[in-house]
Design a protein around this ligand. Structure first.
Ligand code: ZN
Length: 307
């Protein structure tokens, strides 16, 4: 299975248009010891022909243009993209669907609650269903396994299952969230290749539960929530929410993922969905060194692996 990271930053990207934090200022000046990143987007394929996106980032158009394997190669209308698996209704996970309209047939896999929020409560997404053979929505449930299929019904060889990792719905559904199933808000995906190799994709994790930990221990490749380095990282910038309140386990600290996953030895481990304020983006920083010494890597745009 091909795994290609098209984007690795949290919502807003790095640099973020309205941010002048030390990281964003330095990278604009051209003197930052680290890399710019677009918003988190991963593409997978068993055969290198039929591709599926994990999430649909607002940067997906430029991400496709940077990845030749995702570009059309026949006829006037064609795409190797066959489907999208949504892990939440967060804008940085779903806005890209609007960029994938243009009457293209796609399978979209998401929980019934996320489908309801995106398709039924936001009229713009009706553009995905202008014609009967355009987007087909598939409701998935945490814990249930499902195959990824092409729009014409062919098996890709890839199977997914999911686990609930947060009960937090996005701010834009506040007031309606209490009617939605809390186990369907945010998922981690367990993606299994035709050879039985496993990717765990968990860009947003509120808490590392025992059941999540068991999946992580069996994984071959892990893409894990690296949004914030510390719980209070955003306090000097926005003055409000802590990482935990925003549904993210921080990297460092007593209950950070570095410490909680210190004995996780099997998978290759990458932090993804990294916020522009995160000091580990600076490759000359002690935070970057600490993460690397603990056996973790930082996801970068364009990174790829085969499972
Ligand atoms: Zn910034």
């Amino acid at each position: 299975m091909h795994v290609k990271i098209l984007g690795s930053a949290a919502g807003g990207g790095f640099p973020q248009w309205n941010c002048a934090c030390p990281n964003c200022q330095l990278i604009r000046s051209g003197s930052f010891p680290g890399k710019a990143r677009s918003q988190t987007q991963v593409a997978i394929s068993q055969d290198g022909q039929a591709w599926f996106l994990l999430g649909a980032s607002p940067d997906v158009r430029s991400q496709i243009e940077a990845a030749p394997e995702l570009q059309p190669d026949e006829g006037t209308r064609h795409s190797p993209l066959c489907g999208v698996v949504l892990t939440s209704a967060d804008l940085d996970q779903v806005l890209g669907l609007l960029l994938l309209r243009e009457l293209q047939p796609l399978n979209v896999y998401a929980t019934a609650s996320v489908i309801h929020i995106v398709r039924d409560q936001n009229s713009m997404f009706a553009m995905l269903n202008r014609s009967p053979d355009q987007v087909r929505w598939h409701a998935i449930s945490p814990g249930e396994s499902f195959p990824l299929q092409t729009p014409s019904g062919q098996q890709s060889g890839i199977r997914c299952t999911s686990i609930s990792v947060s009960a937090r719905y996005p701010f834009y559904v506040s007031g309606r969230g209490q009617h939605l199933n809390p186990t369907e808000a945010v998922l981690a995906l367990i993606v299994t290749s035709a050879l039985g190799r496993t990717l765990v994709y968990a860009p947003s994790v509120a808490a590392i539960t025992q059941s999540l930990r068991e999946w992580l221990e069996r994984a071959d490749l892990l893409l894990f929530d690296g949004t914030f380095y510390t719980d209070d990282e955003l306090i000097p910038i926005r003055g409000d929410k802590r990482a935990h309140e925003m549904g993210h386990v921080p990297v460092a600290g007593e209950d950070g993922s570095l410490r909680q996953l210190v004995r996780l030895e099997k998978p290759r481990k990458l932090y993804i969905h990294i916020n522009n304020t995160n000091p580990m983006l600076n490759e000359a920083s002690p935070e970057y060194r600490k993460v690397r010494e603990a056996g973790w890597e930082l996801a970068e745009d364009g990174w790829q692996a085969n499972l």
